[in-house]
Ligand binder design. Structure first.
Ligand code: OSB
Ligand code: MG
Length: 379
């Protein structure tokens, strides 16, 4: 039975819109409603694997959107999924390769295949990926606020909840001065900044002032598609640079390493086209001694569960952005909700993602749905 291919029967794409508890502001946008796609892939025995597309409504973090993801999945990826039998989720890498980029669309479908595949073997997704940890350390990402006082109050509260690292979003006008005040009040906390590409090499003098603040890293200060300028900046900064937006492939990581553009890599499953690629980048960074951590994209419980499973791999030595469900949602779509205790999440042991997706809650936040029968030639 283990060598049998998946017998895919049905694919449902749920278009979702979920109101967050508080707006999340980055240097590129403010989000209150999180619009995303959920993928439910069901086999001939009625077992369902879940995936989430982390693309947003607008093409501001990267070029993908909810609608481009729908288009690529419906009009291209589903055909490739059905074309030949799938023995292992890794099979999708070569199959999806002819489609250029569209990493988040590929990842959504691939994530559902991984969950289904693990569930069929009755093993956790973490185990299926080769992860060893039973608990993972986590940090939290804090959006740009109206006032420094508000930011300090939030850090205080998240610290009390045990988060092991605070990430502060910055942009021109909300950067060095704000971080100095944070550092003054919290002299010892692990602290980092994420600029989401809001600066250029003209800002070198300003960025170098961050070197006095003992930050664990600065994430993606320069252009989303750059590694050359980042190398120039890293050469004159003590603070490690971490790349987020610039990394889509293992080749991107290799080139960044060759140029010394970053000392740390943020791995986001959606940005690199799925779990297989994420694991591959992890393995490469582990072999080269490059620390990695798992980034977040304001996921629902489904995407969050995938992040947790990935983070069990041994190279994830830095706390990631995978915070508790309650940091984002009044009610997550999974049970149990993702809980953070003493800055750690206990990795679920159940099959696949290890959380139950609650159908009524999916329906409650769904704005549209596409239901497809998959009729593979080989069943
Ligand atoms: O740059 O890491 C980022 C959210 C949306 C888009 C980009 C980013 C983020 C976050 C939030 O930092 C991380 C999270 O809490 O999920
Ligand atoms: Mg980032």
């Amino acid at each position: 039975m283990f060598d049998d291919p998946l017998r895919l029967d049905r694919l449902v794409i749920h278009r979702m819109s979920m109101r967050m508890k508080i707006p999340f502001t980055t240097s590129f946008e403010t989000l209150l409603d999180r619009d995303f796609l959920l993928i439910a892939l069901t086999d001939a025995d009625g077992i369902t694997g879940w995936g989430e597309s982390v693309a947003s409504l607008g093409p501001f973090y990267n070029e993908e959107t909810v609608i481009t993801n729908l288009h690529i999945i419906e009009d291209f990826l589903v055909d490739l999924l059905k074309r030949e039998p799938i023995f292992h989720p890794d099979d999708l890498v070569r199959r999806f390769a002819p489609i250029r980029r569209h990493y988040m669309a590929k990842s959504a479908l691939e994530g559902a295949v991984w969950d289904l595949w693990a569930k069929r073997r009755n093993i956790s997704l973490a185990t299926a990926l080769g992860g060893q940890r039973s608990r993972i350390d986590v940090g939290i990402s804090i959006g740009i606020q109206d006032s420094v006082d508000k930011l300090l109050t939030m850090i205080d509260a998240y610290q009390a909840e045990g988060y092991k690292r605070m990430k502060i979003k910055i942009k021109p006008g909300w950067d060095v001065d704000v971080l100095r005040q944070v550092r003054k009040v919290f002299p010892d906390i692990p602290l980092m900044a994420d600029a989401n590409s809001a600066y250029t090499l003209n800002d070198i003098a300003l960025l170098r002032q961050l070197d006095d603040l003992n930050l664990t890293m600065i994430e993606q200060p320069l252009a989303h598609d750059d590694i050359v300028d980042h190398a120039q900046l890293q050469a004159v900064m003590k603070t490690p640079i971490c790349l987020d937006e610039s990394i889509h492939t293992l080749d991107d990581v290799r080139r960044a390493r060759a140029l010394k553009a970053a000392r740390i890599i943020n791995i986001k499953i959606g940005r690199v086209g799925g779990l297989t690629h994420a694991r591959e980048i992890h393995d490469d960074c582990l072999a080269h001694g490059t620390p990695v951590w798992c980034g977040g994209m304001l996921e629902s419980g489904v995407g969050r569960a995938h992040n947790i499973a990935l983070t069990t791999l041994s190279g994830f030595t830095i706390p990631g952005d995978t915070a508790a469900s309650a940091r984002y949602w009044d009610e997550d779509i999974i049970e149990p909700a993702v809980m953070v205790e003493d800055g750690t999440i206990t990795v679920p042991q159940g099959p696949g993602i290890g959380y139950q997706v609650i159908a009524e809650r999916v329906a409650k936040h769904r704005t549209a749905m596409i239901d497809m029968r998959l009729r593979p030639k080989l069943v």
